[in-house]
Ligand binder design. Structure first.
Ligand code: NAD
Ligand code: UDP
Length: 315
């Protein structure tokens, strides 16, 4: 049994990770400032004696005794990370410094939830880990993209300078139950709009592409990466290579919900990448990992979650 810290553990991905770690018999300390996370995401874990929830902001130092750290704290949806961009950069950069400092003191292994956004609006397709990216340093997405890039830099400098054991995952668009219903990300937006019979908001012409990974697949990738030998640092892409246009996603959601919603075209946000698809050869070779849940099944499970949430009056 290990003592494992999950920062941002009350968020969408973090709550699924806490659940899996508890299932494996570990002790989990979940910290979160509840900026985009919610107690309800971890409510079912509160009765587990191995689970502890603490309100804490990662931009402040933390002194706890743990063996492993998963650093997920950071708002992930453009609406939320652009709401207070200075805090977003602080969360990524100061948060990384604080968690790396903790890992250094404890000699703990540390995992970083990085992002495909480090590739920016990519000029290479699909994106391999060797691609250095095409990122606007002064745009609306920069607080998130550059914050995450700087966090990666810090992880690798702590690794080289202090011999820290690091694991950096570059996560591509992930979806599933417990996404924030109002966080503006495309899957939650479309599913909630379809269930309410409201127009589906397509930004631009809807021909931009994304590759959507179901959260259970992603968490499996996290666990496998954390379990690799010390020589494996990443960065490793984790995502589902199945590439769809946003319009195709809208049509899938309408079909699976049986909704009467219509499509409504809206302006494309600034710096919105045209195309995004992970090359997961490394994850396949090193982790023997590949996603197993296809879009239809994942979207169906997500619809079931939001349907319950809407019926319970919580969204
Ligand atoms: P989320 O917003 O649901 O979760 C983030 C959690 O971090 C929330 O619970 C939030 O309250 C918490 N948080 C934010 N700032 C904090 C701070 N200063 N101190 C403590 N807690 C803080 O988002 P998610 O989709 O679960 O993303 C989790 C991680 O994965 C993030 O680091 C994100 O950048 C990364 N990621 C997610 C995706 C995706 O598609 N979901 C893609 C790439 C990377
Ligand atoms: N998008 C859309 N309608 C929405 C929300 C998003 O057309 O209601 C588009 C958005 O412009 C982007 C894609 O869907 O091209 C994915 O957006 P999301 O915010 O989920 O993630 P990211 O842009 O970070 O990949």
């Amino acid at each position: 049994m290990k003592r494992i810290l999950v920062t941002g553990g009350a968020g969408f991905i973090g709550s699924h990770l806490c659940e899996r770690l508890l299932d494996q018999g570990h002790e989990v300390l979940c910290i979160d400032n509840f900026y985009t996370g919610a107690r309800r995401n971890v409510a079912r874990l509160m009765d587990n004696a191995n689970f502890e929830l603490m309100r804490h902001d990662v931009t402040f130092p933390l002194f706890v005794e743990v063996d492993e750290i998963y650093n997920l704290a950071c708002p992930a949806s453009p609406i939320h990370y652009q709401f207070d961009p200075v805090q977003t950069t602080k969360t990524s950069v100061h948060g990384a410094i604080n968690m790396l400092g903790l890992a250094k003191r404890r000699r703990a292994k540390i995992f970083q939830a990085s992002t495909s956004e480090v590739y920016g609006d990519p000029t290479e397709h699909p994106q391999t880990e060797e691609y250095w990216g095409n990122v606007n340093p002064i745009g609306f997405r920069s607080c998130y993209d550059e914050g995450k890039r700087c966090a990666e830099t810090l992880f690798f400098d702590y690794h080289r300078q202090h011999k820290l054991r690091i694991k950096v995952a570059r996560i591509f668009n992930t979806y599933g139950p417990r996404m924030h219903p109002n966080d503006g990300r495309v899957v939650s937006n479309f599913v909630v709009q379809a269930l309410k019979g409201e127009p589906i908001t397509l930004y631009g012409d809807g021909q931009q592409t994304r590759s959507f990974c179901f959260v259970d697949d992603l968490v499996e990738g996290f666990l496998r990466l954390m379990d690799t030998g010390d020589e494996v640092t990443g960065p490793i892409n984790l995502g589902n290579p199945g590439e769809f246009t946003i319009k195709q996603l809208a049509e899938t959601v309408i079909r699976l919900t049986g909704s009467k919603s219509t499509l409504e075209f809206r302006p494309l946000p600034q710096d919105d990448p045209r195309q995004r698809q992970p090359d997961i050869s490394k994850a396949k070779a090193i982790l023997d990992w590949a996603p197993t849940i296809q879009l239809e099944e994942g979207v169906q499970r997500t619809i079931a979650y939001f349907d319950d949430l809407l019926k319970s009056g919580e969204a």
